[in-house]
Design a protein around this ligand. Sequence first.
Ligand SMILES: [Zn+2]
Length: 275
Amino acid sequence: MGKIEEVCRNLYCLTWPLEGYGVSVSSTLIKFSHHVVIVDTFSAPHYLQPFVQLINELEVRDIWVVYTHSDWDHCLGTRALWDAGGGSPHINIVSHDLTRSYLKTHNADDIESIREVHPELVRNAEVLLPSITFRDGMVLHFDEPNSRFKDGTSLEIIHVGGHTKDSIACYIPNYRVLVAGDLVEDPIPMVGEPSEVIKWTEFLEFYASCTDLVIPSHGRPQGPEILKRNAMYLEELMNLPFISSDVETCDSGLLQPYLDTHKHNIEIVRRWKEY
Ligand SMILES: [Zn+2]
């Protein structure tokens, strides 16, 4: 069953088990006065339903949906929001340019391949394309007249890449909160684009110094130490000499499914270095 947790004031995480994958998956809702931002929408509308109920209890004028990247487990449940607030709030969907292109061209294949193995995960899954896209990043500004932030609050969207080419994170400077998508994972993240790992590591190190709460898409909200640990892992991964015994010697301490992630990371970086 999905669980909503208010992890800090006006910021909620909804978490479900990602059945068959041994991990959980989360979506984050942030309420700025009469505006709501939802970061990621799961793999099907029924997972987002608890947030629809929450929105119906709040007074919401508009909803901003941000996709952290185009992977199937993060952006196929958006349709549920059309029932929110009596169907009246204005909904904007925001993503990186590449996320929109991928969703437009490849996502039907992804949905079908998941449906063959875990049909419930993608029940009524639907691609709703973003209407607002960006390349390097963008900033959304929200007024919060009754809060201590008289000048309003901004939500910064930062393009990083590395996990996938389109991976982004959302940072709220007033709250010192980083909603990190799949760019942060405990114990280790999954590398998809080795050429972007240095930029990714720099991003993690920078935000470790100005963040109090990190919200990954898979795993528990936690303090900024995870940013340093992920950065250190990525640095070590890039510096491995890749002799054949490395997979065995580096495995120690990791449990499934992160053992598989680590093996995948070693292999993808090794192939990239050889190329
Ligand atoms: Zn994911």
